[in-house]
Design a protein around this ligand. Structure first.
Ligand code: ADP
Length: 333
């Protein structure tokens, strides 16, 4: 970002159901500025306030000095921008200038895809490969934003999009259940547990129902999931008899595959006509993914398998910050 050397930092926020995301500028060599990212659990808002102060991000008008106290307005997206207006005014002396959540997510994604080389990548068979995005073949695309809930957007241009569908059964649901079932304290701990677990301890697969022989005869894949957590029903085990690792792994695969399925159905409806023309890409954003390899791997596998390789899952660097990035972009409006 080419900027004036003495320009004060810019800060934008996205206050979601689970996390507060911050994107801000910091001066770097040559008079330019670089983007920095930070996130906080919403229940720990004080840490966010302390951070903003310590980084000098509201130092101009955010002091408690008389009339200048409420002058500064920060661009903020997400539902929490409404709910916590007063807290930001009280603690930091700033107003929140609300920007539309979906608008911001789309602007953030378009910015990454059009202006940041190497921001998009695939993750197949353990291999991460960068995807070249040319502005000529970017639109239209589907964007699946997996946060506390899930939104699926069809993006047809800069600032042109439509929210096709969504589900309230998203990252918040998975992490909520994970806390109850595994006792994990953080999302990272949950992801680490899932890494060491085996979902087939709890998942019912086609082979369990039909028997291997029938599967082979009918050409069904024996390991296809029939029902996530389905094995529990016929088992005598109690919750404490299951390993937290296996529970975590089962949760992650249940939610990830489900979201991939929903997305493919949307794609069938949204792009029916264009589907033969080219390999279509679907972009995934939201903190649910959190740069976690096996989450990306599961999504990629599911999309590839169910679309018969007609579609490709593409991930984004800084995937959790799309809304905050879009809010930052809106300073230029
Ligand atoms: P929102 O804007 O609704 O808060 P995000 O895109 O920030 O949505 O994603 C929140 C989801 O990301 C959580 O529900 C959880 O599944 C996952 N997640 C990633 N990192 C964390 C974290 N540090 N704490 C809690 N949840 C996290």
């Amino acid at each position: 970002l080419p900027r004036q050397p003495a320009a004060p930092p810019l800060l934008a926020l996205d206050i979601g159901g689970t996390l507060i995301k911050l994107v801000y500028t910091a001066s770097c060599g040559g008079g330019g500025a670089e983007l920095r990212f930070a996130k906080f659990e919403r229940r720990r808002m004080q840490e966010c306030f302390d951070f903003v102060r310590a980084q000098g991000l509201v130092h101009r008008n955010g002091s408690t000095m008389g009339s200048s106290k409420e002058n500064m307005a920060l661009k903020a997206s997400g539902g929490g921008a409404y709910k916590y207006t007063e807290d930001f005014r009280e603690k930091l002396g700033v107003c929140l200038d609300k920007v539309d959540e979906m608008d911001s997510v789309v602007s953030g994604a378009n910015f990454l895809l059009q202006s940041v080389p190497g921001a998009a990548f695939t993750h197949m068979n353990g291999k991460k490969s960068s995807v070249d995005i040319s502005p000529n073949n970017l639109f239209p695309y589907l964007l699946v934003n997996i946060g506390s809930g899930v939104s699926i957007l069809k993006v047809t241009g800069n600032r042109k999009f439509e929210r096709v569908t969504g589900t309230h059964i998203g990252g918040g649901t998975m992490f909520g259940l994970a806390k109850l079932l595994t006792g994990c304290k953080s999302y990272d701990e949950f992801l680490q547990l899932s890494q060491k677990g085996d979902n087939f301890v709890l998942d019912l697969i086609v082979k369990d129902i039909c028997g291997e022989l029938v599967c082979q005869k009918q050409g069904l894949s024996t390991s296809t999931l029939a029902s996530s957590f389905g094995k529990v029903i016929t088992s005598k085990k109690k919750l404490t008899d299951y390993r937290p690792e296996d529970l975590a792994s089962t949760l992650l695969s249940a939610f990830t595959y489900n979201i991939a399925q929903i997305m493919l159905e949307v794609d069938n409806i949204s792009f029916l006509v264009a589907s033969i023309l080219r390999l279509r890409r679907v972009f995934f954003g939201g903190s649910y993914i959190r740069g976690h390899k096996s989450t990306m791997q599961n999504i990629s596998y599911a999309i590839d398998f169910w679309s018969q390789s007609k579609m490709q899952a593409v991930f984004l660097q800084h995937e959790g910050y799309l809304g905050a990035l879009g809010a930052l972009m809106s300073y230029g409006d």
